[in-house]
Design a protein around this ligand. Sequence first.
Ligand code: ARG
Length: 406
Amino acid sequence: MSLLNVQSEITELKKVLLHRPGGELENLTPKWLKSLLFDDIPWLDKAREEHDAFAQIFRDAGVEVLYLADLVQESLDQDPKIKEQFIEQFIKEANITSETMKKVIFKYLMDIESTKDMVETTMSGIRKVDVPNFVKRTLSDYIRDYPFITDPMPNLYFTRDPFSVIGQGVSLSKMYSITRSRETLYGEYIFKYHPLYSKDIELYYDRTQNATIEGGDILVLSDTVLAVGVSQRTHPAAIERLAKNIFYQYKTNFKTVLAFDIPKKRAFMHLDTVFTQVDFDKFLVHNDLEKTMKAYAVTKATQGDHKLKVVPIEDKLDKILSKYLNKKITLIPCGGDDQVAGDREQWNDGANTIVIRPGEVIVYERNHITNDILESLGVKVHKMPSSELSRGRGGPRCMSMPFNRE
Ligand SMILES: NC(=[NH2+])NCCC[C@H](N)C(=O)O
């Protein structure tokens, strides 16, 4: 039986996957910031302190915290061949063109004694100055003032996106941006080789598909209903493929995929930046969501082999959720009614909370207006420090991937 189990956004969280930020953040520089999807450079030591506080909130609430680099290390240490294969694939995807350089980097990584250090090196990026006796060989070695042989992956601490646990299976993302594409390699090795987490795993999507989908767009509303954002990052064709796989190929319990078409822009980058559940009957939303979104219900077609039926939904968001979740739903606007506070706090992921148990969430401390509103509605709010981590434009939900909920 699969050790993964996520049938909801809000029931008691048992196990969660995080990534403690590492050297990849120190490899951010203003020149490449935009293409690396950061708005500023977090101070690594402080970012780690904040992240450790985040992890401690989970532990204090009885949640087991897993770390990405540990799971990858445990997967690669199953067999020296797996480790070699991983390094080869990493090099291939890092776009190293020179055959000699490929060999140099292979040896460089193989020579790192601990597998975990090796994995962290692949994450933080390898600079030309890191490699002993680096010799310029290719034209680009000579011409470009580019410091890296392999690029850093600074977005790894957003464990929500490269894969997503759905029910007892996994959707391994095909990422939208070049900079995040290699992040899914780690998930591939975990779900193929990890002694615990590769057992009986159903793969509902995989990284070799063409159409892009990212975990931040996927919300497991119940054991029968998924919500998926059609966003800057997730293409409708990917949602249809996912739906066919969960409806037909794997015959899961899921009956409906609600597709929410949202604006294709950075402030709305994933559905979970504008919309998260906080309790059985409460959702946090960005003020502008209702005005700008359009919902569709995707179900099995009654006729035709492996066909889908897509129906536009005209109802308002609370009505749609009430219908599919079978209860009256309250929408809580991020930042309240004030447009300025709403826009500001949403930009700092005020609408992006992770639920520990129904009505108990982790939030960024800085979003004080939204946090006060949540508290006034009886939601238990754990505030985490958030000066540095928020510079990557992701909040507590983006930084966590539940492996198991009650
Ligand atoms: N699930 C999320 N909302 N993730 C936020 C990811 C932020 C990251 N800098 C990116 O642009 O990809």
